[in-house]
Design a binder for this molecule. Sequence first.
Ligand code: FE2
Length: 297
Amino acid sequence: MKSPLKQGKTGVNILHISDIHFGARHWDGNNKMLLDKINSYPADLVINTGDNTSDGLESEYQQVGQFLKGITCENVISIIGNHDKRNMQAHEYFKEYIDNSETILPLKSELTTKKNLYLEQDITKTKSLFTDLNYIKLVTIDSMTVLVICIDSNILYQDEGFVEEEILKSISAKIKRMKYDKAILLIHHSILVGDITPLLNPLLLADFVNEHHIEDIFCGHTHRLTLRKSTDLYHHSSFTQYMVGSLSSSNRMGDDNMFLYLENWGTSELQIHLIRIHRDGDVLSFTEELIRKTGTR
Ligand SMILES: [Fe+2]
C-alpha cells in the first residue's frame, strides 16, 4: 500500500555498486582508495547487486564482508549473484558474512519449479536446506520510506537466472500489507538486457514490477552499463533499469570498473552520476560523468 509522500522531503542519495568479485576475478587495484572514493559521496543508501565473490568460497565471502564493512553509509543492502552460489554452503556464507536477514519462503513449496531450491537433507550438512535468499527491507531517509525488495534470481550451480513464482507470490502478499513511499527492486540479472547467461523468465518479473508500481530496478551481472526505461502501453506503467558495470573485477587497461551515484533520487531533482575507476598499478584515478541533469526528462 502506498502512502502519500510527506511534505518537505529532499530525495534520497543512492550509490549503486555491483560485481565486486573477491577471489580470482577481483582486480589488483587498491581497495582502500576505492573505499575512500565511495565514502566521499554522501549516500543515504548503498546498493550492491551481487557477484560479491568469484566462486562462492568462504575465504572470498570473508574478504568481501570485510570490504563492505568499510563502507561508512548507514544503509548498505547487498544481494547474492550467480558467482556467489556455486556450492551448497554458499547461501550460508552469504548469511554469515554479508546479510543475515530473514529469508522469505515460497507461498506453496510443493508448487515450486526452480532447480536446486532445496538441498537434500541426507547428503548435506548445511543448516539451511533452502538455498534462495529473498528479503524485503524498509529504509526511511528523512521523510521518505523506501521499500527495498531483494530478489534472488540465481540458481545453485548455474549462471542463468530464474525467479521462483511462488516466492514472488509470497513477497506480494507481504508488501501489500506494508506502508511505504516508493519501492525499488534489486536483482542480480537484468530484466531488460540479455546476455549469454540471462534471466530465463523475465516476463514474470516484469508483471511483478507492474503490479507493485515499482519504478526503479537495480542490477548487474553483465559488467556493462545500460540505463533503460521500459513502458507497458497496455498497463500504462513504466520502469527504469539501472545496470551498472563491475566495481572491481577488471585489470585491463581502459577497463570497465565503475559505480553509479543517484543524487536526489525520488524527486524531480534527480541527477545521475557515473564514476569510472581507472587503475595504474596501485594508484587509482576517477572520472565523473553527469548522465542526467536536473530538469531533463
Ligand atoms: Fe553475475
